[in-house]
Design a protein around this ligand. Sequence first.
Ligand SMILES: CC(C)(COP(=O)(O)OP(=O)(O)OC[C@H]1O[C@@H](n2cnc3c(N)ncnc32)[C@H](O)[C@@H]1OP(=O)(O)O)[C@@H](O)C(=O)NCCC(=O)NCCS
Length: 219
Amino acid sequence: MGETWAGGQVPGPRDDFAEVTVRPARDSDRRTVGRLLVLGFPDKFAPVFGPDRERTAAVLADLPPSGTVYVAEGAGQVVGTFTLVLEERTPSPLWPILRRHLGFGAALRAFVLLQLMGTSHPDPQTALVEAVAVLPEWRGRGVGRQMMAQALALARRAGRQRVGLYVVEGNAPAFRLYTSLGFRVQRAHRLLWTRPLFGAQRILYMTVDLGHTGGAAGA
Ligand SMILES: CC(C)(COP(=O)(O)OP(=O)(O)OC[C@H]1O[C@@H](n2cnc3c(N)ncnc32)[C@H](O)[C@@H]1OP(=O)(O)O)[C@@H](O)C(=O)NCCC(=O)NCCS
């Protein structure tokens, strides 16, 4: 498993632009996407599922996604992922899945924490982008920007007026990426469990109006 966690083939210098192909995830990508999320959000998932990363990836691979999962492929491997949520999700049956992977106590804990972490879909004109993550070895090479451009293009094609996302305050790489694409902070959430669960004072809700993204959203 060590090679997989390291991200497989390591590309050249980090400042090289890496062109990737973005496509909807297949069933066979689920475990890879789970691993990507564990690597992308270690501070978020360790308190929920415990320190075993492979088990966490397995649970995440089984959980029903909140929208359509996309992956970015570079050099023949999946190097990034994001989820596009076009409409209000129907509540998913988390409990049986958590129980399949975890003991009763751990499943209960994960269930409660996942409810607290959940985000709501703001309105039918808005598409949400969630679970954006790039393999550590591939960061800083334009993969995140290409994925976000695709996400905006897909949302526009689906007739949405804007795209929204939640980002933990202090996540500088993500915040800079989003602001450079025109996203602006609409509101900040500060709840009792924000700091223990997310390690930050506030969660920021950002949106971009698709009428004003110009060429940034791509085709
Ligand atoms: C956020 C993340 C997806 C960005 O992906 P990426 O492929 O590294 O981003 P890119 O190479 O496309 O860079 C796009 C922009 O992001 C910003 N950025 C990327 N890495 C940065 C860093 N280390 N510090 C500051 N800004 C950074 C820059 O504005 C950059 O634009 P520029 O290259 O023109 O300066 C990636 O860092 C990641 O997976 N992080 C962990 C998971 C996460 O935090 N996801 C976001 C949750 S809301």
